[in-house]
Design a protein around this ligand. Structure first.
Ligand code: SAM
Length: 289
């Protein structure tokens, strides 16, 4: 068996391909990292695996060895030609030439689950759309078990930060609401061809059976969190003002104090539970008026 590095060089030469930077093409060439991703995703023959951005198929070939069925979604037509050639003998492989952000994943899963039991998402993500992809996978409320993905290290730090930590951001809370996030392994930039400018990390999101906190209205919750981190140096009052949900400063002050917080607190200091209390209280107030 050839190494991923040899395979990658061979395929790039055979098909006269150069990586398309705009599509975030950095191909994995480190067999140990690939092994770690497959291990962490914990896939078996009863699983339907969805891979985002299979590229030249390096990770795909390992997924096919372990999963019941693999659906790979790739935007680049040039990659599609290679993948069709490479995996033509597999009857558990489905390849879609589509933009992941436009795919109806709920329908895709429903149409393909048949007698398989669990759905797991695995990918070395295109970094230019990491956040929209992760948020789509979570917000679409898919019946999935886990998301094991390579992301840029800074994003991994943010997603896995503890709410209230210096590294936390709006995405920390959004992900924590839907899933338990953990880091799996650090990946050096040298593990890819071409090398990206940043280091990477594999993370795993295990989807919660139900969201971590109870909300009266998700839209209010996410709007307040987003607004609070747009200008994280400003106070929570300003964050809520900026969200446009309530414009009356005094009213906001009363709501914040009403849930036992200091009126001058910054949004970044709140826990997920505190944001939930706050947004529930805001929602009650706006529903009354
Ligand atoms: N899985 C391969 C690997 O690990 O070597 C390639 C990973 S590369 C970081 C990201 C892949 O995502 C590329 O193949 C790229 O063409 C593909 N891609 C970029 N934008 C996409 C989109 N909107 N939908 C689906 N695939 C996309």
């Amino acid at each position: 068996m050839q190494s991923s590095l040899e395979d990658t060089k061979f395929i790039l030469k055979k098909y006269k391909i150069t990586a398309n930077k705009k599509l975030g093409q950095n191909f994995l060439i480190d067999d140990e990292v690939i092994h770690n991703i497959v291990e962490a995703s914990n896939i078996n023959r009863n699983d339907l695996v969805i891979e985002i951005g299979p590229g030249l198929g390096t990770l795909t070939s390992k997924l096919l060895e372990n999963a019941g069925k693999v659906i790979a979604i790739e935007l680049d037509k040039k990659m599609i030609t290679i993948l069709e050639d490479r995996f033509k003998l597999y009857d558990n492989f489905i390849l879609l030439n589509q933009d992941i952000l436009k795919v109806d994943l709920k329908k895709l899963i429903k149409d393909n689950i048949s007698n398989l039991q669990k759905v797991k998402i695995v990918a070395n993500l295109p970094y230019y759309i990491t956040t929209p992809i992760i948020m789509k996978l979570l917000e679409d409320r898919l019946n999935i078990e886990s998301i094991t993905v390579m992301v840029q290290k800074e994003v991994a730090d943010r997603i896995t930060a503890r709410p209230g930590d210096k590294l936390s951001g709006a995405i920390t809370y959004s992900v924590d609401y839907y899933a338990k996030a953990e880091k799996i392994v650090f990946v050096d930039k040298k593990s890819f061809i071409p090398s990206p400018e940043v280091d990477s990390e594999v993370i795993r999101l295990t989807i919660r059976e139900k969201p971590k906190v109870e909300l009266l209205d998700e839209e209010t919750f996410f709007k307040i969190i987003k607004a609070s981190f747009m200008q994280r140096r400003k106070t929570l009052i300003n964050g809520i003002m900026n969200s446009g949900i309530i414009k009356d400063k005094q009213k906001i002050k009363e709501i914040i104090e009403g849930i036992g917080l200091d009126a001058n607190i910054r949004g970044e200091k709140l826990t997920l539970e505190e944001f939930a209390n706050l947004s529930n209280s805001v929602y009650k107030t706006i529903s009354k008026s």
